[in-house]
Design a protein around this ligand. Structure first.
Ligand SMILES: [Zn+2]
Length: 256
C-alpha cells in the first residue's frame, strides 16, 4: 500500500530540522509521497527547499488569503518563477477566508482571481483554501474556468450539495482528519458519495489530527488514519482508498 498526503505543512515550525524523522515515521505507515503546501513567502521558500532535498516531496506555492494584502508585482513575479521549478506541482494554498479576515475581503477576492489567472496561463492545478466563503469561492472558481487547469478543494468540509457544485466545475475533493470526527456528519456524507476519480486525502499537519490521535500534533504519516476513516465509511479496504487517492494525486499534480 502507498499513500500520498496531498497537503501537508512539513515546512511548519514543529517539523523544522526533524524532517527525516517525520518522513521515516510516515513511511512506516505506508505514506510514500507528500505535497508540502506554502502560503506566504517564507513557507513557499521552505516548501521548495524540502522538494529539492527529498525525492518524494513536492512543493505547492501561493499567497493565501491572510497575506493577500501583500501580493504586489514583485511578489507576483517571484511566484511565477517558483511555479516553473521542476518539483512545484500546484499553486496554493489560495482562496478566501471570511473567518479570520486577515486581509480585506475585496482584496482577498482580487488576489484569488489574479492567482487563478496565473494558474490558467501556466496550466497549473490550484490548491484551494476556503473558510466561511463557499458562495464567493464557487463564483470566482466558476468564472476562472478552473476545470481547464484543475483544482483541489483542500480540507473539504462541506455537505454533498456543495460538493456536487464543485465537482461539476471539474474539481477534486481532498479530505482531512475531520472525516474521522464523530460529529462531522456532513463530511461523512460527502466522503461516502464522492466519485473514486475525484478523491484525495491529506493531513494539513500540524493541524486537524485524525482519530485516534485527535488532540495531539498531526504529522504526515497520519494520513493513514484519514484513509482508514474513509474506508470505514465506504465499507471498503484501506488499500482501495490508497490506490485511488494515490493515483489521483499523481495525476492532478502531474507526477510521472
Ligand atoms: Zn494547509
Amino acid at each position: 500500500m502507498e499513500l500520498f498526503d496531498s497537503h501537508t505543512h512539513l515546512n511548519d515550525e514543529p517539523f523544522r530540522g526533524k524532517e527525516e524523522f517525520y518522513l521515516e515515521r510516515a513511511e512506516n505507515l505506508g505514506v510514500t509521497r507528500a505535497a508540502v503546501a506554502g502560503q506566504d513567502p517564507d513557507f513557499n521558500e521552505r516548501a521548495i527547499d524540502l522538494s529539492e532535498r527529498f525525492d518524494n516531496l513536492y512543493a505547492i506555492v501561493g499567497y493565501c488569503p491572510d497575506v493577500a494584502k501583500d501580493f504586489d508585482q514583485a511578489a507576483k513575479d517571484k511566484l511565477i518563477e517558483q511555479l516553473q521549478l521542476d518539483k512545484t506541482v500546484a499553486l496554493g494554498e489560495i482562496g478566501l477566508d471570511y473567518y479570520w479576515d486577515e486581509s480585506p475581503r475585496d482584496i482577498q477576492r482580487k488576489v484569488f482571481a489574479e492567482q487563478l489567472e496565473i494558474a490558467h496561463e501556466l496550466k497549473m492545478p490550484v490548491n484551494i483554501h476556503t473558510r466561511d466563503a463557499f458562495e464567493d469561492t464557487y463564483k470566482i472558481l466558476k468564472d476562472s474556468k478552473v476545470g481547464e487547469y484543475g483544482g483541489i478543494l483542500h480540507n473539504f468540509n462541506g455537505d454533498p450539495e456543495w460538493m456536487k457544485k464543485f465537482l461539476d466545475l471539474g474539481m477534486m475533493m481532498s479530505f482531512s482528519g475531520v472525516v474521522s470526527f464523530t460529529k462531522a456528519t456532513d463530511v461523512h456524507a460527502s466522503a461516502k458519495v464522492v466519485p473514486w476519480d475525484r478523491i484525495l486525502i491529506e493531513t494539513d499537519a500540524p493541524y486537524l489530527t485524525p482519530k485516534p490521535y485527535r488532540g495531539k500534533q498531526n504529522e504526515t504519516g497520519y494520513v493513514h488514519y484519514v484513509a482508514q476513516a474513509i474506508a470505514d465509511l465506504r465499507e471498503v479496504t484501506i488499500d482501495e482508498v490508497a490506490t485511488h487517492t494515490y493515483e489521483n494525486a499523481m495525476k492532478i499534480y502531474g507526477i510521472k
